[in-house]
Design a protein around this ligand. Structure first.
Ligand SMILES: [Zn+2]
Length: 220
């Protein structure tokens, strides 16, 4: 299976289980873009410590407060210590069980362990960098599953905007390093894009140009 380069894309999951493709340029605010920068640096720390490079930032849009953390599930041997969950544990005393005013920014598509909690909290917006399907050929982690984030959001009573593949190349570069350290060889059939990422010949464009002025796609 070949994995061509993807562009950022925005989708909205409605409470009635419909899914809407949001047209037009993918929009992120400065705060969201800075959150992704922070998530990527936390992911690099996870990588240095021997964990998958996942960093996550939860933004409470009602108060402007943010919580950032990273994955250390491998080194702590703790199944719930995914960056997304640890950031939520940090935020929980303030945000409680209602995440509808919150945005989760993370370096990888949410897994099927983390998503149900965020769906139950009716997370307002998710911005992720690396699609799960692209991480697997680089790392042999995040294997193909039958139930994934989109299924769980559709199944949940959510009203969530998702921006996918945002700053994907930066995140996939970290995953490629993780895979290389584990001795993973990217199969030729993965295609030019992932091979280029793994060889370091495809590198990210300066990100500033991806930040486009309002209107924000988040539901008013
Ligand atoms: Zn997870």
């Amino acid at each position: 299976m070949s994995f061509p380069e993807l562009k950022p894309n925005a989708v909205r999951y409605h409470p009635d289980e419909t899914v809407e493709q949001l047209r037009g340029p993918v929009v992120t605010t400065d705060v969201e873009d800075s959150a992704m920068s922070l998530a990527l640096s936390l992911a690099a720390v996870s990588l240095q410590n021997g964990n998958p490079p996942v960093g996550a930032v939860l933004i409470n849009n009602a108060t402007g407060k943010t919580w950032a953390n990273r994955t250390d599930d491998k080194t702590t041997r703790n199944l719930v210590r995914h960056g997304e969950m640890v950031a939520y544990f940090d935020a929980q005393p303030e945000v409680g069980d209602d995440l509808s005013d919150c945005t989760l920014v993370t370096t990888a598509e949410l897994c099927s362990s983390c998503t149900p909690h965020y769906a139950e909290g009716r997370i307002g917006k998710i911005i992720y960098a690396a699609p799960r399907a692209y991480v697997f050929p680089l790392t042999n982690i995040m294997r193909p599953r039958n139930i994934n984030m989109p299924d769980l959001l559709k199944d949940g009573n959510t009203d969530t905007t998702v921006i996918e593949n945002y700053r994907m190349i930066e995140s996939l570069g970290l995953f490629a390093t993780y895979g290389a350290l584990k001795g993973v060889r990217v199969p030729k059939k993965a295609g030019k894009f992932l091979l280029g990422i793994s060889r370091g010949t495809i590198t990210p464009e300066p990100v500033a140009r991806q930040v486009i002025a309002a209107p924000n796609l988040q539901a008013a």
